[in-house]
Design a protein around this ligand. Structure first.
Ligand code: SAM
Length: 222
């Protein structure tokens, strides 16, 4: 006789993240970001690791662009269970990466660094780890929230009850922000410290600050 597994209560942040965007919408967004960074010209046999990969839609985007050697790392086994596709996924803390020195060609983080509990120490540790695992001619790509005028407008809508009632997506975003408020605000209010640590480990190739996002592409600093 098979027993019914006890239902695992979903973490409220993860529940809001799951309803923020459909997987297809998220995959298209990630493909557009990767293409903007130049991913169509990166060798498709590159060893690519997506850190803080969540439910894995960034891994799907990489696969659709043609990468064949993809791995994902996240702290949440519940989110990694939702990953489909052929990428290998690993439950681990991105402050201690489960990879050998200089074993990866490309490391990608989309919306993960702002979840680290302490700034600057955890960011320093995580970026040092990313530099350690990248080959000397490797690439790091980061996309994280940034306190631009657009983001301030989004925050104003998040604080508006009626706007949240009218938009399920806005309500999901506001709920996520509520649950990650400490690390989110810490991240948004320390831009100088963040960019100094990034500069310590990576040489800038491309960078932009627009539409509430910081987009960074760089190479490991030797
Ligand atoms: C905003 S989500 C981003 C997920 C995915 N990159 C995306 O954009 O959909 C942040 C993710 O970071 C993960 N996370 C938080 N702290 C972590 C850590 N120290 N190491 C690995 N993953 C972590 C969470 O489990 C969550 O999946």
């Amino acid at each position: 006789m098979s027993a019914t597994p006890p239902s695992v209560p979903q973490d409220p942040w993860e529940a809001a993240y799951s309803r923020f965007e459909t997987p297809e919408r998220e995959i298209s967004k990630f493909m557009a970001r990767l293409r903007h960074a130049g991913a169509d010209n990166w060798p498709k046999e590159s060893a690519v690791v997506e850190l803080f990969c969540g439910r894995g839609n960034g891994l799907q985007a990489l696969a659709r662009i043609g990468f064949r050697n993809i791995q994902g790392v996240d702290l949440s086994p519940r989110l990694l269970q939702q990953c489909t596709g052929t990428a290998k996924t690993i439950v681990a803390d991105c402050r201690q990466l489960p990879f050998a020195d200089h074993s990866q060609d490309i490391a990608i983080v989309q919306g993960g660094l702002h979840h680290l509990p302490t700034l600057p120490d955890d960011l320093d540790q995580c970026l040092r780890e990313i530099r350690r695992v990248l080959r000397p001619n490797g690439r790091a790509m980061f996309v994280e929230p940034w306190n631009t005028p657009f983001l301030r407008i989004v925050h104003a809508f998040c604080n508006n009850f009626l706007a949240r009632k009218c938009s399920a997506k806005l309500d999901a975003l506001a709920t996520m922000i509520d649950h990650e408020r400490i690390t989110y605000e810490q991240w948004l209010t320390r831009p100088h410290a963040i960019l100094c640590i990034v500069d310590k480990y990576f040489v800038l190739e491309q960078q932009s600050f627009a539409w509430g996002k910081w987009n960074f592409l760089g190479q490991p600093r030797s």
